[in-house]
Structure formats: structure tokens, C-alpha cells
Design a protein around this ligand. Structure first.
Ligand code: MN
Length: 328
């Protein structure tokens, strides 16, 4: 029986943490700054739980350690974690498909895909059993978390897709057949993984390309799902590289507007990661907060300390700045 002075964890007290990408030292600093302690089962807080928005894996210097911290917290029921696009990439990179005797990987081992997973494979090279365990764990992660007072998804809350997914997988995590079905890019499974873990984008007008800071030409731009009555490209664009001036006032066509995902102001708060934001953490809407502030690119590892409020508050962000690689 619970004694009256025992700390009581309500369902609404959560620290939601952004994309870790192998920054284990920074993660420990953030947990400690928020009053978490460590015992033989991992980090815990006497009165709060943690939710990770995904993308624990890839890029950073301490990927294995970061995965162990997060997995241990999940195993001890001190945390939950949604699947990020990078965990999905890892699953797909190691998923072998066999159609009519020809074996191939669900995620082709192209130079680009090899590059994205390189740090992870290097850091697990001497620990193959450990990596297998992590891959098995990734497969158990839900694509979204929905609580009475809030929601979490890596990149985009698309209620049409999520409602349909719920009918098939009530707990939010899928099975091997659903993962394999993403090979067909027009399948429901492919739409779910792409939309929920990578968000929405829009095609630029025919023939127009924009060059990103990474030097890559793109015919698409990332869009936000929380715009209210957007009229122009400026109202929906959401990415580190701004659109060129001559495009920014382009009116949205009815067809473009119809394809946008809409997250209403009256819906419960939703927390996301994924978008490589910079600067001082602040909410995107009263009910939308992004927690990815580019920790692995010497930005910040950010948490939002949620206590059930339906209007989010900029004072509830907590973060650790990453100065250089040794600190990651
Ligand atoms: Mn991501």
C-alpha cells in the first residue's frame, strides 16, 4: 500500500528530451541538472518520468553509451522513447528482404546511407551482440505516444495516419511485415514512417532548385504542420535554409493547401524533435514545442518539463549547451 508521504507520480509530470544523437555526456549533464539520480537500474527521478523524442543513434561521439542510458531507463520504466527516423534507418539498413530468391536490404547500402550510419557502426564494431540488442529494442519503439494531456512524435503528428495506424497497432509499435512493406513507397506503411519520423514537405515550382547549406540541391522544402490558415510559402516553410526572397510570397494553391497536415490550436500539446533548430528554445505554438536544438552540431540538448499545462510556457525549457566534442 502507498503511504501518504511516498512521492506520487501523476500521469502528467514528464521531462521530454530532444534528439540526443550520441551526445551521452550532455545527456547525463541534462538529467543531473533536472534532479535525476543514478542507481544500478539507471537514471530516475523521484517524481518525474522522461520521454525521448527519438534519434538517440547516429552522428555523435558516444552513441553506444547514449543508447544504453536511454534503453536502461525504458527497461526500468522510468522513460519511454518514440522511434526517430535514424532508428528506423538502422532497422531498415539491417532488414534483409527476400523476393523470389534475390536478397537485398530494405535500405540500400548506398554511399549516402553508409555515411549516415558510419559513426554508429564504428562505435559498435567491437560489440556486435550489443548492437543486435539495440536493433531488437528499436523494433519495440512506438511511432507515437499519446497521453491524456499530451502527445509525442518524432517529426509530425498526422492524426489521419495515426488514427488508421491505431486500428492495426494499438500500442503504436509495428511488426516486421509492416517495416518490410515500406519498400513500396506508395504503401500506407511507407507513408506512416515518412510522415511521422520525417515530417511534411512541399515541392518547389517545376524547375526550381534551392541549394542547402550542406551544398545539396533540393526540389522540396520542409513544411510545418501547425500553421493556422496559411496563405503563402512563407507561412509553411520550416527548415534551416530559408527560401529565396523571390519564392517566399508564392501563394499556396488550393491543392497544396489541401495536402498540408493541420494541427489545431485546441488540440492537446504535442512535442517533437527532428528539425535542427538553433538559438534559445521557445515554443512554436501554445500547443507545439520542438526539442531538437542541434546538440550534436554544438547546439543545445533541450528538455521541456511538462506538468500537464495545456498552454505551453517558454520558462519550462531546460537545456545544456554543447561547447565542443569532448563535452558531447
Ligand atoms: Mn530526426
Amino acid at each position: 500500500m502507498l503511504s501518504s508521504n511516498q512521492p506520487h507520480v501523476t500521469s502528467a509530470r514528464y521531462d521530454i528530451i530532444g534528439d540526443v544523437h550520441g551526445c551521452a555526456k550532455t545527456l547525463v549533464k541534462l538529467l543531473q541538472a533536472m534532479g535525476y539520480q543514478n542507481n544500478d537500474q539507471g537514471y530516475y527521478h523521484p517524481t518525474r518520468k522522461t520521454i525521448f523524442v527519438g534519434d538517440i543513434v547516429d552522428r555523435g561521439p558516444r552513441i553506444r553509451e547514449a543508447l544504453h542510458i536511454v534503453r536502461d531507463m525504458c527497461q526500468a520504466q522510468q522513460a519511454e522513447c518514440v522511434l526517430g527516423n535514424h532508428e528506423f534507418y538502422a532497422i531498415a539498413y539491417f532488414t534483409l528482404l527476400n523476393n523470389g530468391g534475390s536478397l537485398r536490404y530494405l535500405r540500400p547500402h548506398s554511399a549516402h546511407h553508409d555515411r549516415l550510419i558510419a559513426e554508429t557502426l564504428e562505435q559498435f564494431e567491437q560489440h556486435p551482440k550489443d548492437w543486435e540488442m539495440m536493433l531488437d529494442w528499436f523494433k519495440t519503439l512506438p511511432l507515437y505516444i499519446e497521453k491524456k494531456s499530451f502527445r509525442v512524435v518524432h517529426a509530425c503528428w498526422d492524426s489521419v495516419l495515426i488514427d488508421r495506424l491505431k486500428e492495426q497497432f494499438a500500442a503504436g509499435h509495428v511488426d516486421d511485415a509492416f517495416v518490410a512493406a515500406t519498400e513500396n513507397h506508395s504503401s500506407f506503411a511507407a507513408a506512416v514512417f515518412s510522415r511521422l519520423t520525417r515530417g511534411t514537405s512541399m515541392h518547389l515550382p517545376p524547375g526550381v532548385l534551392i541549394k542547402g547549406r550542406d551544398g545539396i540541391d533540393r526540389s522540396l522544402f520542409r513544411t510545418r504542420f501547425w500553421s493556422q490558415s496559411p496563405q503563402t510559402y512563407a507561412d509553411v516553410v520550416f527548415q534551416p535554409d530559408p527560401l529565396p526572397d523571390y519564392l517566399i510570397d508564392t501563394p499556396l494553391s488550393d491543392a497544396e493547401r489541401a495536402r498540408l497536415v493541420h494541427y489545431g490550436d485546441n488540440e492537446r500539446p504535442v512535442f517533437i524533435g527532428h528539425y535542427w533548430l538553433q538559438g534559445t528554445p521557445k515554443i512554436l505554438r501554445p500547443n507545439v514545442a520542438c526539442l531538437d536544438y542541434s546538440a550534436v552540431k554544438y547546439g543545445k540538448l533541450v528538455a521541456y518539463r511538462f506538468d500537464g499545462e495545456q498552454k505551453l510556457d517558454n520558462r519550462k525549457f531546460c537545456w545544456v549547451s554543447v561547447e565542443r566534442e569532448e563535452a558531447q
